[in-house]
Design a protein around this ligand. Sequence first.
Ligand SMILES: Nc1ncnc2c1ncn2[C@@H]1O[C@H](COP(=O)(O)OP(=O)(O)OP(=O)(O)O)[C@@H](O)[C@H]1O
Ligand SMILES: [Mg+2]
Length: 291
Amino acid sequence: MKIIAVVQNKGGVGKTTITKMLAEWFSRHEKKRILALDLDPQCNFSRRFLTMELDPTDPHGILPPIHPDFDPNDPDEDPTWGGRSSSAAIYTGQLVVPYATHLKGLDILPGHAALLDEVERVRRDDVQQRVHNALQRWLAYPEVNEAYDLVLIDTMPSKGPLTVSAMRAATHVLIPTEMEQQSIEGLVNMLQLWKRENFARADQSEVNLIGILPNKVRKGVSLHEGLYGSLMNDPSIKPYMIPMQLHQRVGYAEPDVPGTHPASVFDRPKSDDVRKEAEILVAYVEERVFG
Ligand SMILES: Nc1ncnc2c1ncn2[C@@H]1O[C@H](COP(=O)(O)OP(=O)(O)OP(=O)(O)O)[C@@H](O)[C@H]1O
Ligand SMILES: [Mg+2]
């Protein structure tokens, strides 16, 4: 089983957009069995695939819908289960029940704002066992490991415990970045986290860096071209740069609008630039991850 974590502590760089593209590509075109995990309390990834609900106990909170398999009248139903499941359950020890999506082969464990916030706030002394190592432990269970070919993890804009847990569990990481100063700083943070993780793993298997993906790049904008040039001139960064860019194009944002057609960049015309760039990206990721 391959596990890709998409990480970057700067917000808005395209983590969710890219995770969604990978989920669509690998389920629809490569017929892989995929589990997507939303580790972000904002639940943006979950909203693309499930009808999320407002949490009555939390004015800003979002939670997953009642699971279609939940039957409170079934005497065999787990009495501790309230009918919702989320990625947070991996950390809290509650029942973990992935949701099927409209895409064949793609299951999702959605976010749950209040519960993920709680996990992210776990105290220092037991954070390692309860959070950092919890996702890796859960993904190693044979019933999970054998059920999926690929796990995709969309993370929150943070380098906190949940992001560390994603990095710990991952076989591969992908770091999207905008060509703007704060995103470059976030990218450097993520490279450090990746190196620290490999150091901590010692003799265990390595976590591979798929690479750094320049996203939302605008041609002819000197800030973007200048920062891109400086990354390509930096010997500590250049080897990790994915040899392509996703440009700033409204076609990447359009599928975020509910009910929009096409709902996926891969449904755009073959000659469309958005689709062409996206296909180059997924082919690159596929080659790096599956060989
Ligand atoms: N190449 C692109 N061109 C145009 N818009 C894009 C592109 N990539 C992403 N976007 C848009 O930018 C916004 C932020 O993207 P996204 O939500 O994927 O970032 P994120 O890193 O997941 O953010 P957060 O850190 O808040 O989770 C979204 O509205 C998305 O549609
Ligand atoms: Mg996101």
